[in-house]
Design a protein around this ligand. Structure first.
Ligand SMILES: Nc1ncnc2c1ncn2[C@@H]1O[C@H](COP(=O)(O)OP(=O)(O)O)[C@@H](O)[C@H]1O
Ligand SMILES: [Mg+2]
Length: 248
C-alpha cells in the first residue's frame, strides 16, 4: 500500500508560484491498477515524480508499506519500475538486448540474472526476433515495448507510468493494454496517468481524479459508479470538477 498524506509541491515560475500538487492525500492499493486522470497541468506528472522519489514534496509524507520513501530511496527505487511519457530512455545505438543489459547493470543485477530476465521478457513480449537489432530502426510501438521491458528488468512490484499511450497509434496502445493485463495477473501494483477516460474504464479498479493540483476523487471505480449512479467517466469527472468536490 502506498500512502500519500498531505503532500504539496509548488514551483516558482517567473515570480509566480504554481501549486502543482496542493495538499493531496490518497492511497494506492497493492495489486490494483490505479488510473490517474486530469487535464494538462493538473499535477499528474509532479505527483508521479514524487512517488518515484525523483523530487521531494514541500510538505507531507509518502510511504510504502509504512516506510517513508525518502528515508529509503535506494530500496524504494529497486521496487519501482518507472516510465515517463514518450521518453523511452533507450539508447538508439544499442540493440534492444544491450539496452536491457545496461539497465540491469544499473540496478546492480548479476549477469546471470540479467540474462535470464532478458530471456523471460523477450519471450513474454514477443520480441525475441528484435533483441539483437539496434533500437534506432524500431517503430514507435516496438520502442515502447523495449522501454516497458526496460522498466521491468529488475522485476519491480510497483509500476508507475506517466502517459504511456500518449502519441502512440492504436496498435501500440493495445500492446500497452495487453501489458497491463499481464502485470495485473502477476499481482503487480500499477499506477498510470492518462487523459483518455476509456483507458481508465477498461483497465483500472481504482481511479485518482486530479484537478488544479487537488484530488476530486480517489477510490474504486465501481464505488464511484454506484455513488453517482452513472458509468460515464467523462460526465463524472466533469461534474466533480464543476461541483468542486474535494478530497482532503
Ligand atoms: N519544473 C517545473 N517548474 C515550473 N513549473 C512546473 C514544473 N513542473 C510542473 N510545473 C507546473 O506545475 C503544474 C502541474 O504540472 P504537471 O505535474 O506536469 O501536470 P500534468 O502532468 O497533470 O499535466 C503545471 O502548471 C506546470 O506548468
Ligand atoms: Mg504530465
Amino acid at each position: 500500500m502506498i500512502q500519500v498524506a498531505h503532500v504539496s509541491k509548488q514551483f516558482k515560475d517567473k515570480k509566480q508560484v504554481i501549486k502543482a500538487v496542493d495538499y493531496v492525500s490518497l492511497q494506492i492499493r497493492k495489486g490494483h491498477v490505479t488510473g490517474l486522470i486530469g487535464e494538462n497541468g493538473a499535477g499528474k506528472t509532479t505527483l508521479l515524480r514524487m512517488l518515484c522519489t525523483l523530487i521531494e514534496p514541500d510538505e507531507g509524507t509518502i510511504s510504502i508499506d509504512g516506510e517513508n520513501i525518502f528515508h529509503h530511496k535506494e530500496k524504494v527505487r529497486r521496487r519501482l519500475g518507472v516510465l515517463f511519457g514518450s521518453e523511452t530512455g533507450l539508447y538508439n545505438r544499442l540493440t534492444a538486448k544491450e539496452n536491457l543489459e545496461y539497465f540491469g547493470n544499473l540496478y546492480g543485477m548479476t549477469q546471470h540474472d540479467i540474462k535470464n530476465r532478458i530471456e523471460t521478457l523477450a519471450k513474454r513480449f514477443g520480441m525475441r526476433k528484435y533483441m539483437d537489432r539496434k533500437v534506432e530502426g524500431f517503430s514507435k510501438g516496438m520502442k515502447q515495448k523495449v522501454a516497458i521491458a526496460r522498466t521491468l528488468i529488475h522485476d519491480p512490484d510497483i509500476i508507475l507510468f506517466d502517459e504511456p499511450t500518449t502519441g502512440l497509434d492504436i496498435t501500440s496502445s493495445n500492446i500497452f493494454r495487453e501489458f497491463i493485463y499481464q502485470f495485473k495477473s502477476a499481482g503487480k501494483t500499477i499506477v498510470f496517468s492518462t487523459h483518455i477516460m476509456d483507458e481508465i474504464a477498461h483497465l483500472c479498479e481504482d481511479v485518482i481524479m486530479m484537478h488544479k493540483g487537488q484530488i476530486v476523487y480517489e477510490g474504486g471505480l465501481e464505488e464511484l459508479y454506484e455513488a453517482e449512479n452513472s458509468r460515464d467517466l467523462n460526465y463524472l469527472f466533469t461534474s466533480k470538477v464543476v461541483r468542486g468536490d474535494l478530497y482532503v
